[in-house]
Design a protein around this ligand. Structure first.
Ligand SMILES: [Zn+2]
Ligand SMILES: [Zn+2]
Length: 267
């Protein structure tokens, strides 16, 4: 009985399903709960920034209606995935302080020059290395800014590096990743296990095993699980595999968030 805590609805510019369709699908999948985490990338180069704000009232209205309608079958949380709030620190602080979410995911999708990690040309091997180093450095900046509950898809750039990197691993960047994990633990945040990687070329959860093991060694216990679904079929995807993996790595529970507070679910 798992919670899917990373789902995009049609209120993300790259999502398609209504919140009601998502709720119905989650019930069919037998999930105990879901959190809708539409995108708000704090970045002028990103259309999703305006898209979120323009649809915010409508999103809330649909959310309230659906939450009430399915209250006896499914818990539905009010969440958001914020990208690089350090691009607009004052605005991001103001935005987050004026709203109450159940759960906030923190992400980096764009580099400092406002280039979209998904759209960079990785045909030159040095680009792979440059982007990964910059990306991990920016994750530390994200943690320094704070304001979120769980660090999303720690090895996100690998999604678009198929054929450009020999193996789907970030092990060569261990010296960059260690301080990130230490900071997640120090701030008592959660680390996300994103199941999307099971469905893409990596054929494994994001992040990979050694990262989860290292997080645990450093004292990290809070894990949130999310599919990062942008379509109905992806909701709750590979959750059995995720639970098995976490147990095999020594984790005993996952966390879900309500009113920005973690609650445990035993695995
Ligand atoms: Zn993301
Ligand atoms: Zn996402």
């Amino acid at each position: 009985m798992l919670y899917d805590q990373h789902i995009h609805s049609r209120y993300s510019q790259d999502g398609s399903a209504s919140i009601e369709e998502i709720a119905q699908q989650a019930i069919v999948r037998g999930l105990r709960g879901i959190t809708i985490t539409d995108h708000l990338d704090f970045c002028e180069a990103e259309i999703g920034y305006h898209f979120y704000l323009e649809h915010e009232a409508q999103r809330r209205e649909e959310f309230e209606r659906v939450r009430e309608k399915y209250a006896d079958q499914l818990e539905i949380g009010w969440g958001i995935e914020v990208g690089h709030p350090y691009f607009m620190t004052d605005y991001a602080k103001d935005f987050l302080s004026k709203r109450s979410f159940d759960f906030v995911l923190g992400s980096v999708h764009f580099l400092r020059d406002q280039s979209d990690i998904y759209l960079i040309d990785y045909s030159q091997p040095q680009e792979v290395d440059r982007v990964l180093k910059e990306y991990f450095t920016d994750l530390l900046a994200l943690l320094e800014f704070g304001g979120f509950d769980s660090l999303a898809h720690l090895d996100y750039p690998l999604r678009v590096m198929k054929g450009k990197i020999a193996e789907p691993t970030v092990l060569p960047y261990r010296e960059y990743i260690d301080p990130i994990l230490r900071e997640v633990v120090r701030q008592d945040l959660a680390l996300e296990l994103n199941t999307r990687g099971f469905m893409d070329w990596k054929k494994r959860q994001e992040p990979e095993d050694w990262v989860l093991t290292r997080y645990r060694e450093l004292g990290g216990r809070k894990i949130t699980v999310g599919s990062d679904a942008h379509t109905l079929s992806a909701i709750g995807g590979a959750f059995d595999q995720a639970a098995q993996k976490l147990k095999a790595l020594g984790f005993e529970e996952i966390s879900y968030y309500r009113n920005r507070k973690p609650f445990p679910i035993l695995l």
